[in-house]
Design a protein around this ligand. Sequence first.
Ligand SMILES: Nc1ncnc2c1ncn2[C@@H]1O[C@H](COP(=O)(O)OP(=O)(O)O)[C@@H](O)[C@H]1O
Ligand SMILES: [Mg+2]
Length: 266
Amino acid sequence: MFTQFFGLKFNPFSKEIPTEQLFLSQDLMELNSRLKYLQQTRGIGLVAGEPGAGKSTALRKYVTELNPVLYKSCYFSLATVTVLEFYQGLALELGEEPKHKKVAIFHQIQQAISSMYDERRITPVIVLDEIHLASNKLLEDLRLIFNFRMDSQNPFILILSGQPLIRNKLSLNINNPLRQRLAVKYIMQGLKENELKDYCITRLKLAGLHEDIFTGPALEAINSVTGGLPRLVNNLVTNCLLVACEKKQRQIDEEVVYQAQNELNL
Ligand SMILES: Nc1ncnc2c1ncn2[C@@H]1O[C@H](COP(=O)(O)OP(=O)(O)O)[C@@H](O)[C@H]1O
Ligand SMILES: [Mg+2]
């Protein structure tokens, strides 16, 4: 196993990363500052980015760091729940027993958000992930549910997150009302070229390897193959470690990267 070969305590590029060990990329910091702003204005925010850019991870970090005395966070992904399950789940999370009819649930959600904010001074923070899967109907309904006192107040934070396709959907005229109400938008780009080395070395260190095993050309190759998208970087570099281990070579050079890439593309 390559972990043994490199003296690693675990695979540094696996996806199970505790939020406190996440790499503080420029992307992550910029998104965070937009979300901090959203915390002040409240209302709706949009996070878009290619699959694997780090959206869900960044949002996981954001919600776990919220003060539970002031914020109640709920996370839903349209990849795993139906629209009805989302409404029901949201009502439940807000402490309601969901009714049967959709209109009734909308009312419950609104009431629950209002009373949480007005009476308990708690702001609900709702993350709806994989929003590119939403129908225009859902986008329109969101607009209705999250309209409080004729838009004069925002007793909530709603973060919509998904692939770039959502921007096309939102640009349709029928979705104007929602698009116009986005208080913040951020497009995640992944790791910048000048962050990649630091990212790889930091992850290796966390797993116990304090050694720079990447050559410059290898890092350039990793950057051009993955475009800096963390999921692709993690997959490719894991494969690089495997290939280097098979070759009994401690250094990851360009050759290793291309061989690893070829194997991934099989
Ligand atoms: N800042 C980061 N530091 C370390 N790993 C990260 C970071 N951001 C993302 N990743 C890793 O990249 C992978 C893809 O991230 P994810 O948030 O699932 O992307 P998306 O939701 O945009 O498709 C995950 O396995 C995650 O662990
Ligand atoms: Mg995701």
